[in-house]
Design a protein around this ligand. Structure first.
Ligand code: SF4
Length: 252
């Protein structure tokens, strides 16, 4: 793993992602190295030659840069973690995400965090200081064996559910992002989210080409058709609706 420290001019940048004005990515690259990762296109802009998942650049001055930006950006919505996981293992030592989040405390910005790591629960004290914050977990399947195939270096599903509960119990708004839907037991996954999440978003696999070889090799093709994504999404939303959890399906 090639790890280096870099500096950034602007910690938050404008984003075209629906519902958000800005995005914040405290790292470039990601230790989780998910096989389906759409963010791997970022590699083109980094000068790195290693495969996606084998390098991380740490934006060491991101908290200072953000504090400076927040002198003129007074309101809006920010999503944290669009092309990196803000709570990947390096965050334990470097605390860049934590220090950035602390900078939002005196602002009026709405902050939404998306991660696959229970390390996020470390920062509940910071979330409690923010004017408006929500914490989301990407959970693509309930099956640990499938997780290991497509997300070999990400934390276990169990640890994410435990952290989601801890954060929800602390009074912080939570959401689950079930995407890209991987082979799963929809009933078991939806059941495990009851009572610990305020909202669920569901998406299909958007870049099938990235995992085509893996899907073929594992004999999982039938789980990756549009029809299958649609029926799984329907099943998930029916069960979640019974628990009173609002669901948004992000594809047709
Ligand atoms: S955690 Fe997110 S950014 Fe990191 S490799 Fe996985 S999908 Fe990509």
């Amino acid at each position: 793993m090639n790890i280096r420290e870099i500096t950034t001019k602007n910690a938050i940048t404008k984003t075209g992602i629906g519902g958000y004005d800005y995005c914040l990515n405290p790292y470039v690259g990601c230790q989780h190295g998910c096989k389906y990762c759409y963010a791997s296109f970022m590699k083109r802009f980094t000068g790195h030659r290693e495969p996606w998942g084998d390098f991380v650049d740490i934006k060491i001055n991101a908290p200072d840069s953000l504090r400076r930006q927040l002198r003129r950006i007074r309101e809006g919505t920010v999503i944290v973690g669009t092309v990196t996981d803000p709570y990947q293992p390096l965050e334990k030592k470097y605390r860049i995400t934590r220090d950035c989040l602390k900078a939002f405390a005196g602002s009026l910005l709405t902050v939404s965090i998306l991660t696959r790591s229970g390390l996020v629960a470390r920062d509940i004290d910071v979330f409690k200081e923010l004017p408006d914050v929500e914490v989301g977990f990407s959970i693509a399947t309930n099956r640990e064996d499938i997780k290991k195939v497509f997300e070999p270096f990400s934390p276990s599903v169990r640890s994410r559910l435990d952290a989601l509960k801890t954060i929800h119990d602390a009074g912080i708004r939570t959401y689950a992002f079930i995407g890209p839907m991987l082979p799963m037991d929809p009933g078991a996954l939806a059941g495990s989210l009851a009572g610990i999440t305020d909202e669920v978003l569901i998406d299909r696999l958007n870049y099938p080409g990235k995992v085509a070889g893996l899907v073929r090799e594992r004999g999982l093709a039938e789980h990756m058709t549009l029809d299958h994504f649609r029926s799984t999404a329907r099943e998930l939303s029916q069960i979640l609706a019974e628990s009173g959890i609002p669901v948004t399906i992000l594809f047709d």
